[in-house]
Design a binder for this molecule. Structure first.
Ligand code: NAD
Length: 255
């Protein structure tokens, strides 16, 4: 190594890494795509919002990044198989998987329908399970895989009206730890992101500011602040970090 590190050419942290981001059409997923692409990654956005996804991918390409959009309902094993085939035929590997897609509906348990419970679990938890399960062969092929599962502060804690959502997000923490143990022998790291309130379309209708009053920093995060943490978790800067949770919540959990 050169005694003067400045003499070394600067290499982007995620140069040439292939990244698949679910729920990438808008919100945090789109912010993750921009951040990872700006650090050198080739990004594939996957979502059910096709128009938004194509627009986001086009915006990325207009900035000179390598970005494509694919249709994916994360709760569908058939859709995952199609995405697997597309990524395999184009790259033969996957370096980064961000299981970010998620939905929420606020209803107390006594009023919650089984249909809604099943839907929220199917997208938020089964979606990440299917993503991991389907993509493991491609993650192994890359030999430097990093997976991030987006949980929530309503994973480690409960919240009135969030029974299905909290169960799905708590489940993701268990899935993350187990996947980290099972995939460590292959050099694949798996971590959970635990966001507090973030300004995105999912909570745009919340008139009361959601968790802002209980957040010591007294605001919602910008999606880009979560993207910075995802970039860390999927880069070699976190090479010894696996099976854990990165809480990005403005102090919510410290109370
Ligand atoms: P968002 O609604 O803007 O983004 C969610 C994305 O997931 C959308 O693009 C949506 O189309 C996509 N999606 C929904 N169902 C899907 C499906 N079946 N298949 C594929 N994609 C699907 O909201 P966001 O804040 O960007 O949410 C991203 C993640 O962060 C979610 O998992 C959410 O639960 C989590 N989260 C959000 C907050 C917050 O305050 N915004 C806080 C904690 C955790």
């Amino acid at each position: 190594m050169s005694p003067n590190p400045i003499a070394e050419p600067i290499r982007l942290r995620l140069a040439d890494r292939v990244a698949l981001i679910t729920g990438g059409s808008r919100g945090q997923g789109a912010a993750h795509a921009f951040r990872l692409a700006s650090e050198g990654a080739i990004v594939v956005l996957a979502d059910v919002l096709d128009e938004d996804g194509e627009r986001t991918a086009e915006e990325l390409r207009s900035k000179g990044f390598d970005a494509t959009y694919v249709h994916l309902d994360v709760s569908s094993p058939e859709d995952w198989q199609q995405v697997y085939e597309q990524v395999d035929s184009r790259f033969g590997r996957l370096d980064i998987l961000v299981n970010n897609a998620g939905i929420v509906k606020v209803t107390e348990i006594a009023e919650e329908s089984l249909e809604t419970w099943n839907k929220i679990l199917a997208v938020n938890l089964t979606g990440a399970f299917l993503g991991l399960k389907t993509m493991i062969p491609l993650l192994k092929a890359g030999r430097r895989g990093a997976v991030v599962n987006t949980s929530s502060i309503f994973g480690p804690s409960g919240a009135v009206g969030y029974g299905s959502y909290a169960a799905s997000k708590a489940g993701l923490l268990g899935l993350t730890r187990t996947a980290a143990l099972e995939l460590a022998p292959f050099g694949i790291r798996v971590n959970a992101l635990v966001p507090g309130g973030v300004s995105t379309p999912i909570n745009a209708q919340e008139a009361d500011g959601g968790v802002v009053p209980e957040t010591p920093l007294r605001r919602r995060a910008e999606a880009s602040e979560l993207a910075a943490s995802v970039a860390y978790l999927v880069s070699d800067d976190s090479s010894f970090v696996t099976g854990t949770e990165l809480v990005v919540d403005g102090g919510f959990s410290a109370r």
